[in-house]
Each structure stands twice: as C-alpha cells, then as structure tokens.
Design a binder for this molecule. Structure first.
Ligand code: ADP
Length: 465
C-alpha cells in the first residue's frame, strides 16, 4: 500500500480528540500507511524567517508544517483565498476583492509549499491535496518534476463557468486542475460546472464521461460527497458532556420546542435570511409564537475580512429587533450566541431540538445537517429544514427543502416542521439516516483514494505548464 501524503492549508493533530470527523478519517488512512500531513503551521512570522519545515511525529504519522510571512498571509490567505475564491465560489462575486497583488501571493505560497514538500516525497507516494487554497499546488509540484499520483478535493462549491470567468486569472486557475490525476467535488452540480467550464472555456475533450483531456494531460473528475463519522458522532451524543447538555436543554425548554442553527458566522450561511424567515413565521402564526425558541449559534470566523464585520452587525440588529418586537417577559424568541460551542456538547443541543434550520445560500456540503440527523433519537426525531443550495440537498431529499431567499416559503417550512406528526418525522429521518450511514466519511475517503489509484499518471511531462 502506497504512503498517503495529505496536503491542506491547516492541519489537525490526529491525536487530539477534539478533531472533527474529517481529521479522524484522514488520520485513520494516514495511520495505516505511516503517512505524512503537510500544511501551514498557523504561525505568521516576519518575512525573513518563514522558510523552515517543522517536523512532528504524531504516532505513525508525520506532521510537516511551514510558517507564512505577514505579506504572504495577507495576500494568499486573506486576499486571494478568502477575499476572491471563497466569495466567488459561493456565488458572491459582489463581495470579491480583486486586488491585483493577491494572485501573486497565492502563487508564491503554492510555490513555497511545492518547494518544501518535494524533498519529503517518496517515489510511490500518493498525494491528496485539499481545498481552494491549494488549487495550483500540483502544477507547481509537476513543474519541479513531481510524477506521483496527485488528487485534489474541493470542499466548497464550484460555480458555473460564467461566474468563474469573473475571476481575473480564472483560465490559469482552471488549467492548473489538469496537473492532477483526479479532481473530486462535493456534488454532481459542481462536476457539471467543471465539465461545462473545461469544455467551453478550455476546449477540453470529454473521453468517457469521467475524464477530460486538455493541455496534454488527462484528468478524471467526479462527485465524492463528504460525510460524517456516524459512529464517532453517536458516541459523542451519548457521552456525558452531550447528555448533560441534552438534559439541561430539555429541562429549560420543557414547555417549548427548540429550533437550532449552528454555523460559522459566514455570509454563505444565509443567517439574516434565516432570521427574516423566522420573523415572518412569528408574524404569521401568533398562536404558535411562544411555543418555540430559536437558538442560533454563530461561531466567530475570519473577523479580519471586512464582509464579515458587516454581517455581524446585520445579524445582531435583526436578532435584537425580533426579540424587541416579539419577546415577552418570560420568553424571548431568539437566543443568539456569537461563540463556538465545544464539539462534545453540540450533539446534546441537536438532540434536544425539534427542528434544525440549515439554510445556507450556498454550501459545498454542510455537515451540520448530517450531524443533526445522527444525534436524533430514532423513536422521536427532529425535522431538518434544509436549503436546496447546500450540497447536502442532493443526498437528503427527505428533508424539508427550502429556497432560503424565499422568506415566506421558509417561514411556511418552519411551521410545517414544528407541527410535523411523529410518523412522518420518523419516516423522513430513517430514510435520511440510511444515506448518512452509507455515505459516511470513511466511504468518502476510501472511494476518493480508490478512484485516485485507478487514474493512471500517463503523462509525466511538465511541458503543459
Ligand atoms: P463549514 O465547513 O462551512 O463551516 P460545515 O457545516 O460543513 O460548514 O462544517 C462545520 C463543522 O463545524 C461542523 O462539524 C460543525 O459541527 C462545526 N461547527 C459549525 N459551527 C459551529 C459552532 N458555532 N460551534 C461549534 N461547532 C461548530
């Protein structure tokens, strides 16, 4: 079995129990193959220093990290990755900041990663690169002579070709995908956008419905929807911290149904739209008003990117006005918490909630939807209200699917969810759990790596660069 090398912007120490399902799944494969995980250390240093590789042994796994200089961090991380690619890939061209200097920083850091990773590689390694920060990494590695199998997985959505074309340098970016042997996406709609882009903009030749040829190379593309580690999450659900949380919530809300939202505070998550839909529900159903409370947990995220500060203010204003207008002396409709909830408690909150509102405007997958389902009591499960624009909607057809831009439609779904009879709740939950179990994070890992192993590196030259 070849050694697996995982490359991602941030790495997680697989020995830490707080690590999420993804880290756990990757750690498992890395453990089995005595693998290497390479990424940014999370440290920002003065320009002159940032060139060493820090090595750490975590059981059988090697962790290798590099620091970033202030200039590189600003241009690569805040600038191109999160100021250009994140908004455009989430269909928010209006929020993108196309500063000409960003792309150079993005390329510089990808070159740095390639330069530092190359000497650590063995000839039969299989390399798996993750996410939008590192799209050109394989191209940079190949330019240095790397011939190993390299796969790429995009955790966020890929927008339609004309939206991609709004990015200065999009042709360079998309061409770089042909340096990989396999490119994986979260959903079929992402694959369709890739196909359309490469066929129309790059004049790629479709080979067999799975592979495309351009720039003298062949790349395979497919959908590999990411899942959760169901057993790990069920374990957390019935461990003491989550059970305590569950019991506390059940006591506190014994006369009320709980609706829950758990998100990073990000404009892709549709939080203001969700609040407006909840306000619409309260307006339309005075009879149900004090029977439900919405707990919205929004963890701080990328606070040094300006679009996030505006969002924070908008959300706080909306929550304040809903509570001001609808609250009673003994009941507040919204509990808004701008903090991260410890991972060990989260399943208790999900389990105590009758409804989850997972209503992003655009999301690669959305794991909160799957975690909510896994934490429910099978005999009396809650209801998932899910945006049709989350990647998860391709798989979870039995959720109450909504268009988050449609305030009235989403308000109607909230009402339906709160009043859904037990039998229907059970049927829907059971059907969705079959999918969540079948397509869990282990399936994701194994099926991606199996597809990568099959994708032969026929062309090893660098001429296409
Ligand atoms: P994204 O990767 O865009 O943040 P996902 O829903 O795919 O969205 O994954 C989010 C992960 O982070 C989930 O595992 C979820 O449990 C966790 N998470 C999200 N928001 C919070 C929060 N406010 N507090 C604690 N954990 C959170």
């Amino acid at each position: 079995m070849s050694r697996l090398v995982v490359v991602s912007n941030r790495i997680a120490d697989p020995r830490q129990t707080a690590a999420g399902g993804l880290a756990v799944a990757l750690a498992e494969v890395l453990n089995n193959t005595g693998g290497l995980w390479f990424g940014w250390s999370g440290k920002i240093v003065d320009d002159a220093e940032g060139d060493d590789v820090h090595m750490l042994q975590a059981g059988p796994v090697k962790l290798a990290t590099v620091d970033l200089s202030h200039v590189d961090h600003d241009a690569f991380y805040l600038g191109y990755s999160n100021g250009v690619l994140w908004p455009v890939f989430h269909y928010r061209v209006d929020l993108a900041d196309f500063d000409a200097g960003y792309i150079n920083g993005y390329r510089r850091v990808n070159q740095l990663f390639a330069r530092k990773l190359l000497p650590l590689l063995r000839p039969d390694d299989v390399i798996w690169v993750h996410d939008y920060h590192l799209i050109p990494l394989a191209a940079e590695l190949r330019a240095l002579g790397c011939t190993q199998q390299i796969g790429f997985f995009l955790h966020i959505p890929l927008p339609p070709p004309l939206m991609l074309a709004a990015i200065p340098g999009h042709d360079w970016l998309m061409r770089a995908l042909f340096a990989y042997d396999l490119v994986g996406f979260q959903s079929q709609s992402d694959v369709d956008h890739f196909t359309k882009y490469v066929e129309t903009e790059a004049h790629a030749q479709p080979l067999d419905g799975q592979r495309w040829r351009a720039f003298g190379r062949t790349v395979r593309a497919g959908a590999f929807p990411i899942g959760i580690d169901v057993d790990e999450f069920t374990g957390l659900t019935y461990a003491s911290e989550a059970v305590e949380m569950y019991e506390r919530m059940k006591r506190e809300y014994s006369r009320r149904k709980l609706l829950v939202g758990v998100d990073r505070l990000d404009y892709s998550k549709g939080l203001p739209q969700r609040m407006r839909a909840f306000r619409e529900f309260l307006t339309r159903h005075p009879e149900l008003r004090s029977s439900a409370t919405l707990i919205q947990i929004a963890s701080p995220s990328r606070e040094n990117v300006s679009a996030y500060t505006d969002l924070l203010r908008e959300l706080e204003t909306l929550c304040g006005s809903i509570n001001g207008n609808f609250g009673e002396l003994d009941w507040m409709p919204v509990r808004y918490i701008h903090r991260t909830v410890p991972r060990a408690r989260l399943p208790g909150l999900y389990r105590a909630s009758r409804v989850a509102l997972v209503t992003p405007l655009r999301d690669g997958m959305n794991l909160v939807a799957k975690e909510f389902l896994a934490a429910q009591d099978e005999a009396d499960p809650g209801v998932l209200v899910l945006s049709r624009f989350a990647g998860a909607a391709e798989q979870l057809k039995e959720a109450l699917l909504v268009n988050p831009y449609d305030t009235e439609g989403t308000a109607a779904a909230i009402q339906l969810a709160l009043q859904m009879p037990l039998e229907e709740r059970r049927d829907r939950h059971q059907a969705m759990m079959r999918t969540v179990r079948q397509y869990d994070v282990h399936w994701w890992c194994e099926s991606f790596l199996a597809a990568l192993a099959e994708a032969q590196p026929e062309e090893k030259g660098t001429s296409w660069l």
